[in-house]
Design a protein around this ligand. Sequence first.
Ligand SMILES: Cc1ncc(COP(=O)(O)O)c(C=O)c1O
Length: 455
Amino acid sequence: MKKNNLTRRQFLGSASAGAVAAVASGAVPTLGNVSKKAQKLAILGGQPVRTKPFPSWPIIDETDEKSVLSALRSGIWSRGKMVATIEKRFAELVGAKYCLITGSGTQALNTALHVLGITGGDEVLVTPYTFVATVDAILLEDALPVFADIDPETFQINPDKLEEKITENTKAVLPVHINGGVVNMDKINSIAKKYDLKVVEDACQAILAEWRGKKVGTLGDLGCFSFQTTKNLTCGEGGAILGEDEKVIDRCYSFHNFGRPKGKYMARDKGGHPILGTKYRISTIHAAILNAQMERVEEQTKKRSENADYLTSRIKEIPGIIPRKDYKETTRTAYYKYALRYKKEYFNGIPREKFFSAMRAEGIPCSWGLGVLEGLPINREGLIEKTLNSKNFKKIYSKERLNKYREQNQCPESDRLCKEVMGFSGEFFIGTKKDMDDIADAVLKIYENRDKLVY
Ligand SMILES: Cc1ncc(COP(=O)(O)O)c(C=O)c1O
């Protein structure tokens, strides 16, 4: 049987302060006593900590039904006037002047980058620890996503790693507020100002999160959101762009609507499509769902935070369990996912996937989270290499430039995180304190029984 033989240095480098103190002094941390309730791990045939399912998502009630029915009966199923009303409402909710609702977060990001002039030959600074759509939006503009490593504590892009990646081709930075946390926007904005870069926030996972009391999505040039089914504010599929410049948002409108100018119909022979566009519109039916869901998002976000903070207080001292942290300027976290590092060294080397299986057996679903599959961050996805090898990219970029790009595409902190990260779904946090206790008890139970899981 493999023993937990960490050196003091290894331990200090990775465990939380309380756990360090407890274990370094030889004391067993006072972690409560799960073993009294259920000694044997469920994966080994014992009684699970929990048998009840967690709250399911999305949540609907009569408000949603009425809203959708009214949209259905209106006979206007494509984008109608109602969408403009909801745009105003969403802008108010987040604290922006203007809003365009789109068919998805990916469309919002693609539109924002396109309208801000990002194009072939340009470079956009971005985190490797994100969902693929962030990077798709850059590649779709034929620009290069240049990956800057993450901050190991907050899991957000590390602003101190940005300047070394800036070249004469860098045109924008795309901070992603990952897991509902917030990027250090003071530093990002100051670097952007120094190098004259556009800032497009990917706030898809962080609706209502705040930096110094200001909501994310309003801190850069444009802010993009997703209303996809799993998101904290959802209508199945949808997205939004927020901005302060009416002309820019109008250009976003045109791009998302076949290149047609906003607010006026122009015949084709009168130049009805002044710019090249797409069709990235939301339907009135989806917008109607969004309208109803907006009623609850504030209260749900509050609940998510309360529960997440409580869970953190219960698990942060467990050796090998390191919850994601926030910067002190983060005045609100949105908890789209609750992310943490699982350090197997403290669990007698039990691989993360085995830990997941043990948690699931205890009635607590968990996973890698984020779509980061099997420790593969986005900068290592085959998609990047495939795109670099495309006919289009080879025409735009020289062989030397692409080779240099490949060489510099290194983000060791993100690689490490992707091997250790795990997450709980955000909807678990709209339930009760007891739900949090079940999660914490399951982690503790596995920790206490870690010797029995070694193979
Ligand atoms: C960080 C991030 N960016 C972009 C997106 C794309 O949003 P959508 O699925 O609405 O296109 C997502 C969705 O999961 C996301 O998590």
